[in-house]
Design a protein around this ligand. Structure first.
Ligand code: SF4
Length: 390
């Protein structure tokens, strides 16, 4: 088993920090990144074989996968899900192989923050294990783990599920392997979600990542056919909008009206409805084919929110309608038509940091906000959870 299992451990982060620029990385690293995706695609789950690579190449190949998915696809995309699932399966496979080989001698020995300790039994309690509850937070927040299945006391989560099983030790290790693999995958998903929309994707980096991006696109389309068929682009589910957008829809006072409606809401709604991939110079018409989506779904929400402002935005400043059109990439016009796409830049929703800077009163963060950097990520994560029935 490779020494570094978690691509977010301290050692792994140092490897990434010291790595040369992407175009100087050896070809082997790119090949390994692609091999990981292809391994995940193979439903027979062949032996890990070449994926049991040591250290640097392994960590950097994960890093390339995170960049390829995170910079190019939203947190809601099948491509991000594919990388998350591949990491989960590979981590679990590696730990399971080590456990099989080492049997009773297998010990939890990783240098990252996940520290599981065995707890001896006593007259009242059977033996089990405990984990600092904070290290499980990502799984609790993403609802992959239910706190109700555990006993919590003194900052630790104690396992109680193992009590009923005969072969306690075997199950104990398997539980830990499952939890640990999910934790690592969750961290990766959060990391990738935070990348989408960031400024890191220079065209240079994009061109080097293209072979990996192409494989991700192809494999995710095949692997998640059902999800793909239901369409990435979906009707709005306003209950999943982040607090700032919900606030804008309820109306904003004169100080931040223009920013709230023409910049934040317009870009958010258009990207949320179109769910586009990150491409250079995107145009609304490339992602939305039906003009009714613009005229009957996006624009009414913008007009209603403008009406709710105090005083109503477009009554007060009719020319501001042109600014909305401009931010949709339709040019400086009141004629909001899909065929005008490309007449100006289609603005990506501002990051949370920028919202807080430009209009501090709009940002009323909740727990999920701590995990995201852009209001759009908030929406995509909530939509994904809703799709998965969490
Ligand atoms: S943290 Fe971001 S998503 Fe959450 S309310 Fe603030 S701006 Fe909106």
């Amino acid at each position: 088993m490779p020494e570094i299992i978690n691509p977010f451990s301290k050692k792994a982060k140092q490897i990434v920090k010291k790595a040369p620029p992407i175009h100087e990385l050896p070809e082997e690293v790119f090949k390994l990144a692609i091999a990981k995706v292809l391994w995940k695609k193979d439903e027979k789950r062949p032996p890990l074989g070449i994926l049991q690579k040591e250290g640097r190449a392994d960590v950097l190949s994960y890093h390339l996968l995170f960049l390829s998915a995170g910079l190019n696809f939203s947190g809601y995309s099948n491509e991000v899900r594919l990388v998350k699932d591949a990491l989960y399966e590979i981590t679990k496979g590696r730990l399971s192989e080590a456990y099989k080989a080492e049997g009773e001698n297998f010990r939890w020995r990783f240098e990252d923050k996940f520290r599981a300790e065995e707890v001896p039994g006593n007259g009242f309690q059977k033996p089990g294990y405990r984990v600092p509850w904070k290290s499980l937070l990502p799984l609790i927040e993403s609802r992959e783990l239910r706190l109700g299945d555990w006993d919590v006391s003194g900052g630790y989560v104690y396992s109680n599920r193992v009590q009923a099983r005969k072969d306690r030790r075997l199950d104990l290790q398997r539980d830990l392997i499952e939890i640990y693999s999910r934790l690592v995958a969750c961290e990766a998903a959060d990391f990738m979600s935070g990348l989408f929309g960031s400024e890191q994707a220079s065209s240079d980096v994009s061109s080097y990542l293209k072979p990996i991006v192409d494989v991700l696109r192809e494999v995710s389309e095949e692997s998640y056919k059902a999800a793909f068929a239901s369409g990435k682009s979906q009707k709005f589910a306003p209950e999943n909008f982040p607090p700032c957008i919900q606030g804008v829809l309820r109306g904003v006072s004169s100080g931040s009206r223009n920013y709230a409606i023409s910049v934040l809401l317009t870009s958010f709604l258009s990207y949320a409805r179109a769910a586009p991939e990150k491409v250079d110079n995107p145009r609304l018409v490339d992602f939305i084919k039906d003009p009714a989506v613009l005229s009957d779904e996006i624009m009414p929400l913008i007009y209603r929110a403008a009406e709710m402002c105090n005083p109503p935005l477009f009554e007060d400043q009719p020319l501001e309608k042109m600014n909305v059109s401009y931010h949709l990439g339709l040019g400086l016009t009141e004629d909001v038509k899909l065929e005008n796409s490309g007449a100006s830049k289609w603005y990506f929703p501002p990051n949370c940091e920028k919202v807080r800077r430009e209009a501090p009163g709009l940002c009323k963060p909740d727990a999920l906000c701590e995990r995201i950097k852009n209001p759009l990520n908030y929406y995509f994560i909530k939509m994904k959870d809703a799709d998965e029935g969490k």
